[in-house]
Design a protein around this ligand. Structure first.
Ligand code: FAD
Length: 466
């Protein structure tokens, strides 16, 4: 149980007097909605207050006051995170960016968009698509998550295998430091090596080093509509071999997603797509190459799948069918949520080790008697084992802990990581030293101390207690 901490009245009065026009939620019912993110198994604190700024100057003032009163600050986007990074801190100040949701500029000459952090990923994609442009980062949660949260976590998603994680699509940030100072890390330049790259440091730091108030994002000309290949396999291992084979063949499909049998069944129950439910695994492979190149890329992928043992392969007939399949894959987590209480995990291994990791996931599920569906961005070696429990199962928490230990240790042993895209947050802190080592974590602590000497920025997230 977290101890109740009441926010100091002088701090609230100072906010009210210096920022009279800004929305500040202090009612317990309102604050309750900002306690959790989507990480089911955490027990976070209740924020003492929730600020909803509309402009950078307000964020700067909030941080100045938080420094003065030594109040912990949690930056929060849409709260869809899966590592507890935006969850409440008892008595702390949550800054929710919901009202900073303007697309400030779409600059077609420089192929950039300048946005506030509260813009929803899907909204930005749709706005730039109207100009014939494309913003690649594509988390499965793209209709709910914000750009600020994507930057906070360095979000991945379905097309990282070709276009990389969020960091690869950012040129510059405007950020507010812990003491309220506002800085810019760059501009619209494609190349810029002046000084240390603060942008690279801040993206993925989960609000522990600075608060992002604006981002200059890189756009691309819209690629061709996607074509899709589905390949069904008799074993998880053969699907894993196909993933490794596609990478080894030098192919770079825009999407290379995997679902195991449990996931295929859950997704098919929800979407009635007529998938092969007897298959042990399915790969969804998409190409966005122009003209005949897409068919050629999928033909080569098809050959690799067949050589790895695929029992059948199917191509989508139309763009609508391809979109439907992608949406179904995106909804895999919700398909499980219909069946029971779900805890999603996020391990990553080098692509050649995907078959080993898949075998281990199956064995770990059997060892602990936990139903586990495996799906994810297999083209990046990034898998999301979903633990599915009977609703209200009293053993769910304990079993999750046991399964996590085995999953994380296996990923590390295979040269991988305990998180590919969801972040360390509060959920995986105890694994950071085990994965990175004491020396690397000491360097991280030194950076944190230099940028946030009072330790007010999202304390207790990412770095383990010293
Ligand atoms: C069904 C489902 C599917 C998902 N699929 C994917 C996926 O494919 N790929 C993926 O990467 N993630 C995925 N996620 C996880 C989640 O959607 C991402 O982590 C997303 O980037 C979080 O965005 P958000 O706006 O909800 O951020 P929040 O959860 O609110 O915050 C996430 C982190 O960013 C920090 N943050 C937020 N705003 C700022 C800011 N302005 N400045 C500094 N730090 C900030 C927070 O403090 C926190 O640490 C999925 C989640 C769900 C529920």
């Amino acid at each position: 149980m977290t101890q109740t901490v009441v926010m100091s009245a002088p701090f609230l009065q100072a906010i009210a007097s210096r920022l009279p026009g800004m929305r500040l939620l202090t009612d317990p019912g309102d604050r309750e909605s900002y306690r959790h993110d989507e990480t089911a198994y955490l027990h976070p604190g209740l924020p003492g207050a929730v600020a909803l700024p509309t402009e950078t100057a307000q964020v700067s003032e909030l941080l100045r006051l938080a420094s003065e009163f030594r109040v912990p600050v949690v930056p929060r986007g849409a709260g869809s995170g899966l590592s507890g990074g935006a969850t409440g801190i008892e008595g702390g100040l949550t800054i929710a960016f919901t009202s900073m949701d303007k697309i400030i500029e779409i600059d077609t000459a420089n192929l950039v968009a300048v946005v506030q952090p509260g813009v929803i990923n899907a909204t930005l994609k749709a706005a730039v698509a109207e100009q014939g442009l494309f913003y690649p980062p594509d988390p499965a949660s793209y209709e709910m998550c914000s750009i600020g949260g994507n930057l906070g976590t360095n979000a991945g998603g379905l097309c990282c295998v070709k276009y990389g994680q969020t960091r690869e699509s950012v040129l510059s940030l405007e950020v507010v430091m812990a003491d309220g100072t506002v800085i810019r890390t760059g501009g619209k330049n494609i190349k810029d090596v002046a000084g240390y790259s603060l942008m690279h440091l801040i993206v993925g730091s989960q609000g522990t080093l600075a608060v992002i108030t604006e981002a200059t994002l890189r756009l691309r000309p819209a690629p061709s509509p996607r074509s899709t290949l589905l390949a069904f396999f008799p074993s998880l291992e053969s699907a894993g071999e196909a993933v490794a084979g596609i990478a080894a063949a030098g192919l770079s499909p825009v999407t290379l997603e995997l679902m195991d049998r449990f996931t295929i069944g859950a997704v098919d129950d929800m979407n009635h797509l007529g998938l092969d439910r007897q298959a042990a695994a399915m790969l969804m492979i998409e190409s966005d190459m122009p003209g005949d190149a897409a068919a050629a890329e999928l033909s080569r992928a098809d050959s690799v799948c067949v050589a790895a043992g695929a029992t059948s392969t199917i191509r989508s007939e139309t763009v609508q069918e391809a979109d439907l399949l992608r949406q179904a894959r995106r909804a895999a987590h919700w398909a499980f949520a219909r069946i029971g209480d779900v805890h999603m995990e996020d391990i990553v291994v080098p692509r050649s080790r995907v078959p080993d990791m898949l075998r281990a996931i199956e064995a770990i599920g059997i060892k602990h008697g936990v139903r586990m569906g495996a799906f994810g961005h297999a083209g990046d070696g990034n898998l999301h084992p979903d633990l599915v429990f009977e609703r209200g199962d009293p053993m769910a928490h304990e079993l999750t802990e046991r399964v996590r230990v085995d999953l994380y240790q296996t990923a590390i042993d295979l040269g991988g990581s305990v998180t590919g895209e969801h972040g360390i947050g509060t959920a995986r802190r105890e694994w950071l030293v085990r994965q990175r080592g004491e020396d690397a974590v000491r360097v991280m602590r030194a950076i944190k101390a230099a940028l946030d000497p009072l330790g007010i920025l999202n304390p207790g997230r990412v770095l383990p207690d010293a």
